[in-house]
Design a protein around this ligand. Structure first.
Ligand code: DAH
Length: 338
């Protein structure tokens, strides 16, 4: 019996040494340890042996079984590892292949500049508010001290929807809507689309403005000037200066137009600034008492307002020469701004 077991062990170990894949290993397991294996036959016959031989054979069979099982387990984990390595190398990336191009979207320059204006005014405590694009005559004109027949209505080529309903021509009506709802102090920034019947290299029928309004007791013209200088330096760079020229808007008194140091020549004089060294960026002034009258604010309230075109700021910041580019949606144009 001993001899038989020895031969069996030798034969099985020899066979196992030739196994080099998992399929063969499975058949080997069945053959070596399965129900019909020689080892099982031997185990079944142990019962008919004498007690001494039974014990010895039992020990041998168990030794053979566990030795074989260990060899099988070792081989199995080696084969598993090999299989893993094979699949890793099959899936590996060829770093010399050209990459797949992912097309990233980009923010529109109007969005970028609007975000920037918001960020500049946020630390000063300005809230962002919006208003309707279809606006009543009262908010767009009348409450802003532009009565019917007032020549200032000619300054803006209005799109009329009905006699008294227009596409808003500026963001200033948001001043009125806000003041009718809130008591001073009021500090708002009001961005939005505005509409005028105009189309050429520097005019489009729709464009964006942002309005600023600061109303409280004791607000002075010097506060306006300081605020605008702070804005201009944050938007166009620390070395920027501003100058205020007297102007006229019906809803402010006094009114001014604000220039910044030319973004192209930095004040030396060039084609962009027509050799003046200055570029106009916005209109502003102290809120007209008639406007406060329309919203029912008391006499001791003062305030300043300003309004600017977002595309205009973007054109200066990014040196864009044709306003119409903003609305043609050519991705080659739109991808360039960060
Ligand atoms: N609403 C004016 C326009 O569209 C811009 C403006 C000027 C707004 C002076 C203001 C201001 O708030 O004070 O041309």
């Amino acid at each position: 019996m001993k001899e038989r077991l020895k031969d069996l062990e030798k034969g099985l170990i020899g066979e196992l040494a030739l196994v080099d894949n998992k399929k063969d290993l499975e058949s080997f397991k069945v053959k070596a340890l399965g129900r019909k294996s020689e080892l099982q036959q031997i185990m079944k016959s142990i019962g008919s042996l004498g007690p001494e031989e039974k014990r010895e054979t039992g020990i041998l069979v168990n030794g053979l079984k566990s030795g074989l099982q260990k060899k099988i387990d070792d081989l199995e984990s080696r084969l598993n590892e090999q299989e893993k390595q094979r699949s890793i190398s099959a899936e590996s990336v060829d770093v010399s292949l050209p990459g797949r191009h992912i097309r990233l979207g980009a923010l529109h320059p109007v969005t970028i500049v609007l975000d920037r204006v918001r960020d500049i005014f946020r630390p000063l405590g300005y809230d962002v508010v919006t208003g309707p694009e279809i606006e009543h005559d009262f908010y767009n004109f009348e409450a802003l001290n532009i009565p019917p027949e007032h020549p200032a209505r000619d300054m803006q080529d209005t799109f009329y929807i009905h006699d008294s309903v227009v596409l808003r021509t500026h963001t200033s009506p948001i001043q009125i809507r806000t003041m009718l709802k809130a008591k001073p102090p009021v500090r708002i920034l009001a961005p939005g689309r505005v509409y005028r019947s105009d189309y050429d290299i520097s005019h489009t029928p729709m464009f964006h403005q942002v309005e600023g309004l600061f109303v409280d007791r004791g607000v002075r013209f010097s506060d306006l000037k300081g605020t605008l200088l702070y804005f201009a330096r944050n938007m166009f760079g620390e070395e920027t200066n501003i100058r205020l020229r007297p102007s006229y808007f019906p809803f402010t008194e006094p009114s001014a137009e604000v220039d910044v140091t030319c973004v192209m020549c930095r004040g030396k004089g060039c084609r962009l600034c027509k050799d003046t060294g200055w570029i106009e960026i916005l209109g502003c002034g102290m809120v007209h008492p008639n406007v406060f009258g329309h919203v029912g604010y008391p006499d001791d309230i003062t305030g300043f307002a300003f309004g600017m075109g977002i595309e205009r700021i973007a054109m200066l910041k990014y040196r864009i020469s044709d306003l119409r580019m903003f609305f043609e949606n050519d991705v080659r144009f739109l991808e360039q701004f960060i």
